[in-house]
Design a protein. Structure first.
Length: 277
């Protein structure tokens, strides 16, 4: 009996010793396996990040191309409408995107001109431009004798600079046009594009004044709704939240059920999510 007890104790001691030796080994093996699993997971996450980065780059490129096409289409449409206002049809470019069914209200037309109610909403440049402020244009009539051809050529010069992304040149040319031809049928367009030239180069204070001059000096212009939206956008860029909200709400109230109203609503929602009101 004693031998059995001693044997049992010896067996139990051996078992305890074996367990005490094997547990660290098993734990060590578990640690290595866990480390390997972690490394694999990190590699998988890195692969997913690379894939997502590639998708983001593709989408960013597609968005940039879409923005450029929208800008080109809008500028071409504006040029054709301006040509109709001057009594001579503007050239139709290859790949003409067509027009919308919204009428260019209040505009003398030589044909069935139409208006796209989507303003140019081009993102601001990454770095501020060196465009300098130009004195506020005078809108009093002057005794300036100029042919309609010279007047149209002066407007087209600024418009072409804008299409070529030469914003500094466009700003100078449009400002000069408004000073020289304040009563021109193109003056309201020139005033609007003057504001755009400043807006896209992040000269927001000057852009705001230019858009405000459009509303003050050309209250019946078809460009007024676009200018009011851009006033809201510009106040937003200047972090003037109350003024931005007021202008955007005014767009919604005065131009309901339009693309302008939807754009204003989108910016208002962004402001609310950002905690600006």
């Amino acid at each position: 009996m004693m031998r059995v007890l001693r044997f049992t104790k010896s067996l139990m001691a051996s078992l305890v010793l074996a367990i005490s030796v094997s547990v660290p080994a098993v734990a060590q093996m578990d640690d290595k396996q866990a480390m390997m699993d972690l490394v694999i997971q990190v590699q998988q996450l890195q692969d997913e990040v690379r894939m997502l980065r590639g998708m983001l780059e593709d989408q960013s490129m597609e968005l940039e191309n879409l923005s450029k096409r929208q800008r080109d289409q809008y500028l071409d449409l504006d040029q054709r409408i301006t040509g109709l206002r001057g009594g001579s049809p503007a050239p139709i470019l290859p790949g003409d995107p067509g027009t919308s069914s919204a009428t260019f209200a209040g505009t003398p037309q030589a044909g069935p001109a139409t208006r796209e109610d989507v303003p140019e909403v081009r993102p601001a440049l990454d770095t501020p431009s060196s465009v300098n402020a130009i004195a506020t244009p005078e809108t009093q009539a002057r005794d300036l004798v100029a042919s309609p051809e010279a007047e149209k050529a002066a407007y087209d010069q600024g418009f072409q600079s804008l299409k070529d992304l030469k914003y500094a040149d466009a700003a100078e040319q449009f400002s000069a046009f408004v000073r020289q031809y304040p009563n021109s049928e193109y003056a309201d367009n020139a005033q609007y594009w003057l504001g755009e030239s400043y807006y896209v180069t992040r000269n927001y204070d000057i852009a705001l004044q230019a858009f405000q001059n459009l509303l003050n000096n050309y209250p019946n212009s078809p460009k007024v709704p676009d200018g009011l939206l851009k006033i809201g956008y510009t106040h937003y860029e200047l972090k003037q939240w109350d003024q931005a909200r007021a202008a955007l709400i005014q767009v919604q109230e005065q131009y309901p059920d339009t693309t302008l109203a939807r754009l204003a609503g989108s910016r208002l929602r962004s402001m609310k999510l950002e905690g600006h009101y």
